[in-house]
Design a binder for this molecule. Structure first.
Ligand SMILES: NC(=O)c1ccc[n+]([C@@H]2O[C@H](COP(=O)([O-])OP(=O)(O)OC[C@H]3O[C@@H](n4cnc5c(N)ncnc54)[C@H](OP(=O)(O)O)[C@@H]3O)[C@@H](O)[C@H]2O)c1
Length: 328
């Protein structure tokens, strides 16, 4: 049941305070390891953060309750990441229209599942929207009256602007947009998060905690999400395209398809890991290009075929399309 008036105000402040404490606990100070929910001792007097949280709201263990609306590819990746990151399964609920799929998720992750979005959000501190963009307006209409005061709404729906959520939800609802990518499924994703008008540091920190096990998470302004979509959102497809082309070349040169594919995958994975250490990619490329050697001959062909210009044009097309979809 929703609270109103002064009761709702108190409840909202208490809940936001609790979200903030949990988020700060999770992120920790620079250089400190992250710990699972409810395990960090408080260094100011021996009380645990969880005990302090109990002082605010004794109904749960202090871990925000999460409702994931939509149990498809991305919804499942988020549930998996939450549990990998140490979130208790009993603090996660998933809604899904298809009963069979809901049963599969319940069985796989031990989380509560259902088909009623409004019912699920009544219990949630964090509502994660993982439905297709065209379904978002209908889901918002459904859940707006049931949303708890102070609940954080997070959406991974591509191209749906923050304004759509903010105009459909109660005034002051904190909203954060996320642009994830599919390698999140294996904990190697890259996500950008953008805050709405009512989302503060504590909300961004909480989203970072929710996404921690999906891979890299960066903060951006909403205006940059189309560019993010063009680079990391659509980017996995560019890398798959390159892997496929390298494997095809291997077959052309006499390798079996299986061997050529395994070599191409391991090479792209290894190059990514090396580049992640921070050296400029151009320097890394020069380092493997010995004078008059094989690599420099190959890279000259990439230049002759305007591969760099092709990548830039591809990203530009994705950017334009993302803006177009956001307006429709
Ligand atoms: N997959 C990606 O790589 C990726 C990357 C970035 C962003 N995203 C975003 O993530 C969102 C989900 O994408 P996806 O690839 O996971 O799609 P998906 O696999 O189709 O998942 C969407 C799920 O939501 C369910 N659903 C539909 N209407 C619902 C409702 N009213 N209440 C509860 N559940 C409902 C669908 O069930 P039915 O099948 O029964 O309709 C489906 O299982 C999209 O907004 C997309 O833009 C995805």
């Amino acid at each position: 049941m929703r609270l109103s008036g002064a009761g709702a105000g108190r409840r909202r402040r208490a809940r936001v305070g609790r979200l903030a404490r949990v988020a700060v606990r999770s992120v920790g100070r620079a250089g400190e390891p992250r710990t699972g929910p409810g395990t960090t001792p408080d260094d100011e007097g021996g009380t645990t953060m969880v005990e302090q949280a109990h002082g605010v709201d004794a109904q749960d263990d202090g871990t925000p309750a999460v409702a994931v609306l939509g149990g498809g590819v991305m919804g499942e990746a988020l549930v998996s990441a939450l549990l990998t990151g140490g979130w208790p399964a009993d603090r996660v609920e998933v809604t899904e229209r298809a009963q069979e799929r809901a049963a599969q998720i319940a069985e796989r992750y031990g989380v509560r599942t259902g088909a009623d979005n409004a019912h699920a959000v009544q219990r949630a501190d964090v509502v994660l929207l993982a439905v297709k963009p065209n379904v978002v307006p209908a889901v918002l209409t459904e859940v707006a009256p049931a949303l708890r005061a102070g609940a954080l709404v997070v959406s991974v729906a591509a191209g749906v602007p923050l304004a759509t959520y903010e105009s459909a939800l109660p005034a002051g609802t904190p909203v954060v947009r996320v642009m994830p990518n599919t390698p999140a499924v294996v904990g190697k994703g890259a996500s950008a998060i953008a805050p709405g008008a009512a989302a503060g540091e504590e909300h961004l920190a909480l989203v970072e905690r929710v996404l921690a096990a999906t891979g890299l998470v960066v903060r951006v302004a909403e205006k940059d999400l189309d560019a993010v979509t063009a680079i990391s959102g659509s980017g996995p497809a560019y890398a798959f395209y390159l892997i496929d082309a390298m494997a095809e070349a291997g077959v052309l040169l006499g390798l079996t398809r299986d061997l050529a594919t395994r070599l191409a995958v391991a090479t792209v994975e290894g190059a990514g890991a090396l580049a992640a250490q921070g050296e400029h990619p151009a320097v890394l490329r020069e380092r493997v290009s010995s004078p008059g050697g094989t690599t420099v001959a190959a890279v000259a062909q990439l230049d002759a075929h305007a591969v760099r210009a092709g990548v830039v044009a591809a990203a530009r097309a994705a950017f334009d399309r993302s803006r177009e979809l956001g307006r429709s």
